[in-house]
Design a protein. Structure first.
Ligand code: ATP
Length: 435
């Protein structure tokens, strides 16, 4: 249905000129080696959809490593090869990368045996993919540069906005595809086809997802929570009964849904501050999703997801600490007690930014949200001008009082009671003399 002319037109219209000439160069090296070379997968999908995608995946019918190494040598680029998988990565001087794979066929000679890997045709190779929309290929070598190969009805599915697996055992073969289906559905605004959805439900019912390793499940969840609209994907997971594979007690109800929706607002707000700092947005979503379960269950969910022991401990400690601080702040506000900037500072300074954002999303009190926002935008950057060296010069003997006095001065700074270095020195002298 799509002719070569239209593909060429799309390329010239939507791709940067350097990408088009890169594709041509790849084709030329293919010609030289007499190897058929194709651009495949997400890159082609997004080209046809008009979405930007800088990840170029190339498939070679034949020796992909030879191809990648020859290409890199011609152009003076670096290349990293993985003999065992027949794959290579070409690394450009500016860090840009192209992944190269050899079309291959994996099969199991006997049940339980290691897979045998053999060369195969492009079509057989594409058949191993997750969804039809990812099976498109564009020919780069030969006279027909730009020719679209559509073996599995991908073009129709792109038009119908449909996510379809290639065969009925797809989710049995790889249960992570269940989560990938939801991620693509939400990202592209597509719909999982009715038959594919039935296969998902069947995989859930038959317990195939129990067999999914924690690391792989975590990777999929993180990928979903890094998308633009994670909440919709989480709703979809809930609808398909997938949340219980993280932990049986995780269910969507009014409370965690409210917090999840707030996370979207709060992280958007944080983004717009344009701070140099990056946050792990998925952690904030994960804290929101699990907000109603006990600490023990939270620990259980992290264990199921094979979160490293070190990070798991840190996460749970942060969660507990965050909840405690939240409670203190809400109580103060409820009682109408006076809160000084220094109070906010010392409550919040031990928390990671992820937990700060989680608290902002969770609280129902505007005042508390404002406390955290004040901390993030202003208070946490406040420092004293004087240091321990100044205290030493003023004759303070070594000991814990250094910390106390510096905190006392920081408090004055935060509350606007010290505006200059002289103010700080005066406070320091007073404190030292007071003993
Ligand atoms: P993204 O923009 O998220 O990177 P993508 O389509 O490039 O989208 P990747 O996760 O980078 O997706 O995977 C690259 C290609 O590898 C996909 O187009 C897909 O067809 C294939 N693929 C990835 N994971 C699987 C899987 N679990 N099973 C089958 N094919 C997969």
């Amino acid at each position: 249905p799509v002719r070569r002319r239209e593909v060429l037109h799309l390329m010239n219209k939507s791709l940067p000129a350097r990408v088009v000439s890169l594709l041509r160069d790849l084709g030329r090296v293919g010609d030289e080696l007499e190897l058929p070379v194709y651009a495949v997968g997400g890159f082609v999908r997004d080209l046809l959809l008009g979405n930007e995608n800088d990840d170029i995946d190339v498939s070679v019918e034949g020796d992909g490593i030879l191809f990648a190494e020859t290409f890199a040598a011609r152009m003076g680029y670096r290349v990293k090869s993985h003999e065992k998988f027949g794959t290579a990565v070409i690394v450009f001087p500016d860090g840009f990368k192209v992944d190269v794979a050899s079309t291959r066929l994996e099969y199991y000679a006997t049940p339980g045996a290691l897979p045998t890997v053999e060369r195969s045709s492009l079509k057989m190779d594409l058949y191993r993919r997750d969804f039809t929309i990812n099976t498109l290929a564009i020919r780069l070598s030969g006279a027909d540069f730009g020719m679209l190969f559509d073996y599995f009805g991908a073009y129709r599915d792109l038009q119908e906005k449909s996510i379809r697996v290639l065969h009925n055992l797809s989710f049995v073969e790889d249960p992570t595809r269940v989560f990938r289906a939801i991620r693509f559905e939400q990202r592209l605004g597509f719909q999982i086809s009715r038959h594919t959805e039935n296969l998902v439900k069947n995989a859930v019912k038959m317990g195939f997802l129990d067999k999914l390793g924690g690391k792989r499940l975590l990777n999929e969840l993180v990928a979903i929570m890094k998308e633009r609209e994670p909440v919709r994907a989480i709703l979809r997971m809930s609808g398909l009964g997938l949340l219980r594979f993280i932990h049986p007690e995780i269910v969507l109800q009014a409370e965690n849904l409210r917090v999840l929706d707030e996370v979207k607002k709060v992280t958007t707000w944080f983004d717009l501050l344009y701070l140099a700092e990056t946050v792990e947005v998925w952690v904030v979503y994960f804290l929101a999703l699990t907000t109603a379960i006990s600490d023990d269950s939270f620990w259980g969910a992290c264990t199921r997801l094979s979160v490293s022991e070190h990070y798991r401990e840190r996460l749970i400690e942060m969660r507990i600490h965050g909840e405690q601080v939240l409670e203190v702040m809400e109580r103060k506000v409820a009682r109408g007690e006076d809160v000084r900037p220094s109070d906010i500072y010392f409550w919040l300074r031990g928390l990671t930014t992820e937990v700060l954002l989680y608290i902002m999303a969770k609280t129902r009190r505007d005042e508390v949200r404002k406390f955290v926002s004040l901390f993030v935008t202003r208070l946490r950057g406040v420092t004293t001008s004087i240091t321990g060296d100044d205290l030493k010069r003023l004759g303070l003997p070594a000991g814990p009082r250094y910390r106390e006095i510096l905190d006392r001065i920081l408090t004055a700074r935060l509350n606007g009671e010290a505006a200059s270095r002289d103010d700080e020195l005066r406070i320091a002298s007073g404190e030292i003399a007071a003993v």
